[in-house]
Design a protein around this ligand. Structure first.
Ligand code: G3P
Length: 229
């Protein structure tokens, strides 16, 4: 099965397991993302917790929903695992893989990407450095999101403080697999961080606390939208 096309530039909001993005609050935040996406004509995807995917999908129809992880399994006797089929049937169109808070070894990453292709899901594979990005590019994911773990949740932007690593990551990935779209994330807080990420050759960003923990998430998302117009 061929996975759907995702428009870029794109901003992915990872809800992680923050209380501000759990249950009813997750639905509210998802609706804000959808509102800004429609009104400002920018592509926003969200990555809520597994248990919130279905209820969000009932209210939010115009933006893409990604799960935060899948296990490399087919439906069957795998208690406590997350099957790609279940996230698809809950309303997700794709998944993050190998987030630095949910690391997988290379073989599992390969299998997960293979499964996303079988189920027609979008794969957004995270990587912590250039070398890991290069290895993952060989598996042909839809996206690789470079996120240096040391900057995650710090409010210090990867695009502002590691511009040369972002560009190197984009270039090295393209040498191996020009089809892979590259994102960056960690510490993205402002419109200028998003703008800079695009200038460095990425097709977007993945972020969490800058929106989820913001006093006014809508305002932050509007700032992002305006920065890339
Ligand atoms: O997946 C997004 C991420 O790990 C970055 O988190 O809070 O630095 O935007 P944050």
């Amino acid at each position: 099965m061929i996975s759907m096309k995702v428009k870029t530039p794109i901003i992915i909001v990872n809800f992680k397991t923050y209380e501000e993005a759990t249950g009813k609050k997750a639905v509210k935040l998802a609706k804000i993302c959808e509102y800004v996406s429609k009104k400002y004509d920018i592509n926003i995807a969200i990555s809520p917790q597994f248990c919130d995917i279905f209820q969000i999908s009932q209210f939010v129809k115009k933006i893409l929903i990604l799960s935060q992880h899948i296990d490399s399994i087919y439906p069957g006797p795998y208690t406590g695992h997350i099957s790609p089929l279940s996230i698809k049937q809950s309303g997700a169109i794709g998944t993050l893989i190998n987030h630095s808070e949910r690391k997988l070894d290379l073989e599992k990453i390969r299998k997960c990407i293979e499964l996303t292709k079988k189920y027609g899901l979008i794969s957004v594979c995270c990587s912590a450095n250039v070398n890991e990005s290069k290895e993952i590019a060989k598996f042909d994911p839809d996206f690789i999101a470079y996120e240096p773990p040391s900057l995650i949740g710090t409010g210090i932007s990867v695009s502002q403080t590691k511009p040369e690593v972002v560009t190197k990551t984009v270039n090295e990935i393209k040498k191996i697999n020009p089809e892979v779209k590259v994102l960056c994330g960690a510490g993205i807080m402002k419109g200028e961080d998003v703008k800079k990420a695009l200038e460095l050759g990425t097709v977007g960003v993945i972020l969490s606390s800058g929106v989820v923990k913001a006093v006014n998430p809508k305002k932050v998302l509007i700032e992002f939208a305006e920065s890339i117009k």
